[in-house]
Design a protein around this ligand. Sequence first.
Ligand code: ZN
Length: 247
Amino acid sequence: MPLRETEALVLRTYRLGEADKIVSLFTRRMGRLRAVASGASRPKSRYGSALEPMSYIRLWIFERENRDLLRINSAEIIESFFDMQKDYRQQVATQYVAEAAELFLPEREVNERAFRLILVVLRALKRTGEATRPLLYFNYWLLRLGGVLPDLESCGNCGRALGDEAGYYGEGSEQLLCANCRRAAPYQVRATTRGLERDFRGLSLDAWISAGPAAPECKELRRFLEEVVESHIGKKLVTRSLLAGDT
Ligand SMILES: [Zn+2]
């Protein structure tokens, strides 16, 4: 059984029997996968806090052919995002990142840019306590790296440029529609909101946050991109409803 070393982010854990845990991980060198951590539910587990949700860890893992579940040999923490989750808003924002990543990223597909994206987003959440721009940036780049970011400048049905007009969407939308094509799409993304993309697409998240307070339109764009993420996943994100009242 070859033993492999990789960095990873812990997305979530599930109990397995009395003493063990199944750990859902996004690893740097092996992509997203699930692995068993023997004894991880015991009070004095040898993993310590390394398997807490969204811990950034180094782990050694046994790879066995023809088995879905791998086995964790050992893990050590590189950077913890545990303390910041004592704040409810940060906890929910962190859980949103974990839930969306787990459902959106394909299994066993190495994605270095997505790995770095999640780290950048977690660090910004931890450093600033702001959820709006880190989550907007996360949704935007998750969709863009996945090749499914909708065109924000033209109608997804007729192709007409939206210009100064609002774009519209409804539940399950993966595109914005113009006023002629919108039919029953009840939500709008105004032109000024779509213009936000020009503000941040060439910036690092840190540079964008350092440039000043979040524009009020950020929430409107984030909601649309959350809808698109959900549409591609094909199910509702539990954490999205918890974020709804958030700034
Ligand atoms: Zn149209």
